[in-house]
Design a protein around this ligand. Sequence first.
Ligand SMILES: Nc1ncnc2c1ncn2[C@@H]1O[C@H](COP(=O)(O)OP(=O)(O)OP(=O)(O)O)[C@@H](O)[C@H]1O
Ligand SMILES: O=c1ccn([C@@H]2O[C@H](COP(=O)(O)O)[C@@H](O)[C@H]2O)c(=O)[nH]1
Length: 327
Amino acid sequence: MHRLALLRSLHPRLAATQLAPVGRVYGGPLWAGALVRAYSAPPGGPKLDQARMGQSSGKRRSGGVFGFQPLAVFAAVTLLASGYALIIKPYLAWKNRLDEERMERDEEEQAARGMFSEAEIAKFPFAQKTVVFVLGGPGSGKGTNSAKLVDDFGFVHLSAGDLLREEQKRPVSQYGELIAHYIREGLIVPHEITIGLLRNAMMSHPESDRFLIDGFPRNLVQAKAFEDTVCKPKQILFFDCPEKTMLDRLLDRGKTSGRSDDNIESIKKRFRTYVNDSRPVIESYAKEDKVMAVSCQGTPDDVYNVTRAKVASCLQALEKESGKSNK
Ligand SMILES: Nc1ncnc2c1ncn2[C@@H]1O[C@H](COP(=O)(O)OP(=O)(O)OP(=O)(O)O)[C@@H](O)[C@H]1O
Ligand SMILES: O=c1ccn([C@@H]2O[C@H](COP(=O)(O)O)[C@@H](O)[C@H]2O)c(=O)[nH]1
């Protein structure tokens, strides 16, 4: 039924009242207002315009309590309901949407920074994990062999370079540009960023006891910072490779890798960083008798066979040692 007809059917007074057509949006309150005004008019009496201008008299209410009040209540309720529907409800929905968007943004930023709470970090048993650093020059075969060790020994493989590249690509990362620059220039990204990513990645695998950390630490400062804030490595797996072999492999990989640093300019810078900053880390751990060296010369299978044998005996020795210390 048309709203005007409906209103008029509610009370005879309305039939005698000229109700102006109203717009769609404010229809509710205006209809309700019209209803109230209709009751301010005598039967067959002043037009709505007059009522609006306050020209109607008190006598008009002589229509009687029974005719008047229910509709006045109805008008008030309609007014309130319309106000709620048109103003308060949309406002609350808008506010909720803003809150939800803010929470989503916070969660994304938190994920981007890879943050666990301080309490969660403090509780995580890093010292009980078997961490093996996988070191060697750029293109020496660290990634290739680490992937195979995962299958054979159940390690979780964490490549520091991969984690940095992932972080760089995250749209909300505050470090994206910085990381891109350091990688292209073959420089070492500030260790707080890399260690944060590594720690987060380790904590994302609470079920695992074995971690291969590939391509880290790149210098002595990183090594010390990791030992101080995360844990000491149990062993270092070092791929020993001549520069010429590494160069050939990297240039070959560069044909398909899409990496911003697999080009001759970046490769030369990476070699310089390796000689000046990363070799001293291997030498330092060698003094602690923690380095297993594997020659990267030979086919991938040859190199992996040697690697697997060395890692197997290393893990055996570590288990023996921990068995002794548990007694
Ligand atoms: N023994 C091998 N013989 C021939 N090619 C190999 C051998 N080992 C690895 N490669 C190839 O050399 C390239 C570099 O290997 P890989 O990516 O494992 O090195 P990486 O040390 O992880 O390098 P980066 O430090 O730059 O990440 C790859 O294209 C890989 O397929
Ligand atoms: O601990 C790290 C590891 C890596 N980087 C930077 O990333 C590139 C690429 O590393 P790959 O191990 O070859 O994937 C490296 O040249 C550094 O620029 C780093 O800063 N810190």
